[in-house]
Ligand binder design. Structure first.
Ligand code: FAQ
Length: 317
């Protein structure tokens, strides 16, 4: 079989929705695209712990604190499944961390915005996890097996996160006028950055067309963004708060909500490292990595001692 036949066979498998597994042949660009996307996704989960971690010590009740801690631990778990999925493609985890810490690897723009009030914990769960779910449910059908399977569990947990975020918003919106104003302010600040999470518009997105052909992405960035808007508008109405976009209105012909212009300059500034918290986020990750050096050294020493002992035992047998 020549290379063209192998590539054709690979695409036929994808077109028939047959999963690609780690030991299967795959084009190098397919592998690299997945390592890039899964790596960025893993980094987003890990950096995404920081804006919420900011509120653990200030959660308004024990119940809220326990739920927030559990959510943040879930995000850590998601990062770990995703790093493992990238490793099945030959990526090296330490190198992925290195790329994050030196600013070479991207992570989601949304986590470079500050969380200023408790209501932001509601808005992050409702909007950020809500956007994550819209984007990630189709990824459960990703052509690459380990990524798709990791996404099934991740999506179940993200759905729970969204419910708890919405419930925080609901309680605030049914509370005092000051609490409701806090919820409105959180929506005002997180609305546009949440729309940006879906990535650049389709006519600018560099990877979408090829990723769709390969069954990595099932929908375009704009399609998923529209689904998100359609889901959130009635939920905001139920909460009794206003989306900060005067152009939001139901379009009978399209059977979708129209929405206003996204500030793509702001998006690219944040992606390039110039968002309100990029520097702070990276400093926190690098510090955590450096502070954890002794744990990694101890684990490596323990593992090598353990391996030596079991080698000696098997030699004795
Ligand atoms: N931020 O050609 P496209 C979460 C980059 S997890 C920064 O459209 P693609 C859980 C993109 O990488 C949230 N960069 O790219 C949680 C590319 O740059 P490159 C993360 C962005 O890959 C909740 C360039 O722009 N989710 O929230 C962004 O086809 C609460 C051109 O873009 C995932 O990662 C952005 N928003 O589509 C945790 C899901 N958008 O690599 C804690 C998986 C685009 O050429 C609390 N990823 N860029 O240098 C995906 O679905 C895709 O990668 C997209 C981007 C849709 C994000």
């Amino acid at each position: 079989m020549n290379v063209i036949d192998i590539e054709t066979g690979f695409q036929e498998k994808i077109d028939k929705d047959i999963r690609i597994e780690p030991r299967d042949w795959m084009p190098d660009n397919y592998r690299q695209t997945l390592i890039r996307q899964i790596g960025q996704h893993a980094h987003s989960e890990i950096v995404g712990m920081l804006p919420e971690g900011n509120w653990i010590t200030r959660a308004p009740s024990l119940k809220r604190k326990v739920a927030l801690l559990a959510k943040i631990q879930d995000e850590a778990g998601h990062g770990l499944y995703l790093y493992s999925a990238a490793e099945t493609l030959g990526a090296d985890r330490d190198q992925m961390y290195e790329e994050l810490h030196t600013g070479k690897a991207k992570y989601s723009s949304i986590f470079n915005y500050p969380t200023l009030t408790w209501a932001d914990m509601g808005a992050v769960g409702w909007l950020v996890d809500g956007a994550a779910i819209q984007n990630q449910i189709p990824l459960c059908r990703c052509s690459y097996g380990p990524y798709g399977r990791a996404m099934v569990r991740i999506c179940k947990e993200e759905s729970f996160h969204q419910r708890q975020g919405y419930e925080i918003m609901l309680v605030l919106c049914q509370g005092t006028p000051v609490q409701k104003a806090m919820a409105q302010d959180a929506l005002n600040r997180f609305w546009w950055p949440s729309l940006m999470m879906f990535g650049p518009p389709d006519d600018v997105s560099t990877h979408t067309a090829q990723s769709k052909r390969w069954g990595i992405k099932r929908f375009t960035n704009d399609e998923l963004r529209q689904r998100f808007v359609d889901m959130i508008v009635p939920q905001a109405a139920h909460l009794g708060i206003t989306i900060p976009d005067p152009d939001i209105k139901w379009n009978e012909e399209r059977q979708h909500y129209d929405y206003g212009q996204i500030n793509w300059d702001e998006f690219w500034q944040v992606v390039k490292g110039n968002g309100p918290c990029n520097k702070e986020r990276m400093e926190a990750r690098v510090k955590a990595w450096e502070d954890g050096a002794w744990v990694r050294e101890a684990a490596t020493a323990y593992a090598s001692k353990h391996t030596n002992v079991s080698n000696q035992k098997s030699q004795a047998v």
